[in-house]
Each structure stands twice: as structure tokens, then as C-alpha cells.
Write a protein that binds this ligand. Structure first.
Ligand SMILES: CCCCCCC/C=C/C(=O)SCCNC(=O)CCNC(=O)[C@H](O)C(C)(C)COP(=O)(O)OP(=O)(O)OC[C@H]1O[C@@H](n2cnc3c(N)ncnc32)[C@H](O)[C@@H]1OP(=O)(O)O
Ligand SMILES: NC(=O)C1=CN([C@@H]2O[C@H](COP(=O)(O)OP(=O)(O)OC[C@H]3O[C@@H](n4cnc5c(N)ncnc54)[C@H](OP(=O)(O)O)[C@@H]3O)[C@@H](O)[C@H]2O)C=CC1
Length: 290
């Protein structure tokens, strides 16, 4: 299988792609997207912008954020780019302070920033385990909690507020050989999301997760060629998902279409949790077919 990752992730292609949503769905709303400099996060941010949202985007690398911000502005959109490492509480604090100073409101938060490295679990070092847990569990949690405190401090939710948190996780049901650290971290986020969906409902906050299956982004390039060769075996559709397919799921949960949905995990994996093999660090000999 040849993955045309560059074509599927090109901002112009994302901007021109068909969408089921109407153009003013997020007019006057503010959407904050982490990890928006590439891949799924960029696709989510661009779709929000196409639907009229004003954006706050963050990630660790300023150049990547600037490229997305320049593109959105060239299309007539409004965007604030704040370099942020979501693992650092002070930086998360600064992000929300800047967003509020700039727009005076935040409606939706999409916690997409994350990543891991493929390795057989038996070889994880304490430092490697901690890096992935901090990135994906602690970082996402800090963003969720800061968003909830922001909305609590804003007072009662008005009818015009969406107050939605959407966390990008991975499909955890069958585990995923080669990335046990990230499966552990994301299972933690799913559990926390279900719990705070109840605790934060009185604040008018909905909390959901989107679990993408194999999705064609630049991020896949960190996987070894042997794993990449087997990517078509990841689901019964025998193709990767596209960043746009994940973005449309995020918008569904974040928009009024998700107004009665909270504590849910929307799996967008082409059926991969039912059938498919994903050996992210290569297939061990024991599991070879011949
Ligand atoms: C088949 C694929 C599809 C399914 C996979 C699961 C679904 C998810 C898919 C995706 O997420 S797509 C890709 C998303 N993007 C990324 O994953 C980004 C790339 N990864 C990273 O940036 C890092 O892996 C990181 C750990 C997340 C970054 O954290 P940090 O900057 O703190 O780490 P480092 O300082 O680089 O390393 C700390 C520590 O971690 C161990 N380690 C890091 N990389 C590797 C590696 N390639 N192999 C083994 N161990 C690694 C190591 O112990 C490092 O410490 P030192 O050895 O450097 O002292
Ligand atoms: N592609 C796939 O098959 C799947 C992806 N996912 C998840 O979807 C999300 C997006 O992945 P994808 O788009 O594929 O890959 P990318 O690597 O392109 O996206 C990850 C983004 O997160 C940012 N990021 C990583 N760590 C941090 C941090 N500590 N603070 C702030 N930003 C950070 C990165 O930017 P920078 O390095 O500049 O900070 C990058 O823009 C990730 O959480 C990923 O694990 C889940 C399932 C499948």
C-alpha cells in the first residue's frame, strides 16, 4: 500500500475537501486545538476555521504553528498561535491566559497533542515509559482540568456556549502491541473523561474522546518499514483513515450535534477493533504466518 501522506495532509486539500457541515456552524465560537501544527490536529483546526470558528492553536514547535496560522489568515480566518508544551503546567496556564486575553471566550477544547515511540514493552526504560505517560496522560489531563477551571470561573454556561472537551486517544479495547505505554496513557484519559463527564456536567461541560485507528499523517513515519508494510492489515477496509475523517468526528462531538453526548468514546477506525493486525514495532517471529 502506498500512503499519500503529503497529499492527504496538504492544507489546501483539507480546505477544499468535502464536509457534511454547514459553513457557519462555529460562527462567533472559539476553538482551541493542541498539536495543531501537523496531522490530525491541523486537520481539526482547519475544519473548525472553515466552519467559522476563531482558533487558538498550540504545539511545541513555533514554525509548524506559524505555517498553519499563516494559511488560515490567508483564507480570512482568525487564529492565535501559542507555542506550548502541554506537559508543563505553567505553559498550559499561559495558553489559557493568552486565549482569554485575545478572545474573551473559549468554546471547545480539542486535546490532540500526543505521541509515542514503538518498542516492545519488555524493553521500555523507566524514562521512556515516563516520557509517553507525561505526554499523553499528564499533558492531556492538565489541559482538561485547566479548561474546566476556566469555564467554572466564567460562571454559569449561557445557551450560546458549547463548553466541549474532546480528547484524541487510541483504540484501547484489544491493546496494541508495540505501544503499550500509549495504550495505558490513553486508557487513563478515557477513564478520567468518563468520570469528569459526570463531575463537570453541572458546569455545562461535555467531555468526550475520539479514538482514531490507523490514520495517514506525518506521525506514521516514526514507525519501522516492517510495520508500515503491514498497515493495510489494520482494519477490514484495508486502508488508513484520513485526517479529514477524524476531524469530522471531532466536529460532530464538539458542535450542537453532540449536545446530548458526554463521557463517550467515538471510535473511527474502519472496524479495526473488530478485525485487523497492527504490529507497530514489527511482527515477532511467534506471530509470523509461516
Ligand atoms: C502503526 C502505527 C499506528 C498505530 C500506533 C498507535 C496509534 C498512534 C499513532 C500515532 O500516534 S502517529 C504519531 C504521533 N506522533 C508521534 O508519535 C511523535 C513522535 N514521538 C515522540 O515525539 C516521542 O516518542 C515522545 C516520547 C512522545 C517524545 O517525548 P520526549 O521528548 O520526552 O522524549 P525523548 O526525550 O525523545 O525520549 C525520552 C526517552 O524515551 C525513550 N525513547 C524515545 N524515543 C525512543 C525510541 N524511538 N525508541 C526507544 N526509546 C525511545 C528513551 O528512553 C528516551 O530517553 P533517552 O534514551 O533519550 O535518554
Ligand atoms: N496517526 C494515527 O494513526 C493515530 C494518531 N493518534 C493520535 O492522534 C494525535 C495526533 O497524531 P498525528 O497527527 O497522527 O501525529 P503528529 O505527530 O503529526 O501530531 C502530533 C502533534 O502533537 C504535538 N505534540 C506532541 N507532544 C506535544 C506536547 N508535549 N505539547 C504540545 N504539543 C505536542 C506535535 O507537535 P510538536 O512536536 O511541534 O509539539 C504534533 O503537532 C496524537 O495524540 C496521536 O497519538 C491516535 C491514533 C492513531
Amino acid at each position: 500500500m502506498r500512503l499519500d501522506i503529503d497529499a492527504l495532509n496538504a492544507p489546501e486539500a483539507l480546505w477544499a475537501a468535502d464536509t457534511v457541515y454547514r459553513a457557519d456552524l462555529f460562527r462567533d465560537r472559539v476553538a482551541l486545538v493542541s498539536g495543531a501544527g501537523s496531522g490530525i490536529g491541523r486537520a481539526v483546526a482547519l475544519l473548525f476555521a472553515r466552519l467559522g470558528a476563531r482558533l487558538v492553536i498550540c504545539g511545541r514547535t513555533l514554525e509548524k504553528l506559524d505555517a498553519v496560522a499563516d494559511f488560515v489568515r490567508a483564507k480570512g480566518g482568525e487564529v492565535l498561535a501559542v507555542p506550548t508544551n502541554v506537559r508543563e503546567p505553567d505553559q498550559v496556564e499561559n495558553l489559557f491566559a493568552q486565549a482569554h486575553a485575545h478572545y474573551g471566550r473559549i468554546d471547545c477544547v480539542v486535546n490532540n497533542a500526543g505521541g509515542q515511540f514503538p518498542q516492545h514493552a519488555i524493553d521500555f526504560t523507566p524514562k521512556g515509559w515516563s516520557a509517553v505517560i507525561h505526554n499523553n496522560l499528564t499533558g492531556t489531563w492538565l489541559m482538561m482540568q485547566r479548561a474546566a477551571r476556566y469555564w467554572r470561573d466564567q460562571g454559569a454556561a449561557s445557551a450560546s456556549m458549547l463548553r466541549s472537551i474532546c480528547n484524541i486517544v487510541v483504540v484501547t479495547e484489544r491493546g496494541m502491541p508495540g505501544v503499550a505505554h500509549t495504550v495505558a496513557a490513553r486508557a487513563g484519559i478515557i477513564g478520567a473523561s468518563r468520570t469528569v463527564a459526570v463531575e463537570w456536567a453541572p458546569l455545562g461541560i461535555r467531555v468526550n474522546c475520539v479514538a482514531p485507528g490507523l490514520t495517514a499523517t506525518e506521525g506514521l513515519r516514526v514507525y519501522p518499514p516492517a510495520a508500515q508494510k503491514e498497515f493495510p492489515l489494520a482494519n477490514p477496509m484495508k486502508r488508513p483513515g484520513t485526517p479529514m475523517e477524524i476531524a469530522e468526528a471531532v466536529v460532530y462531538l464538539s458542535a450542537p450535534s453532540g449536545s446530548f453526548i458526554t463521557g463517550e468514546v467515538l471510535t473511527v477506525d474502519g472496524g479495526g477493533r473488530l478485525w485487523g493486525e497492527l504490529w507497530t514495532a514489527g511482527r515477532p517471529e511467534y506471530y509470523q504466518f509461516s
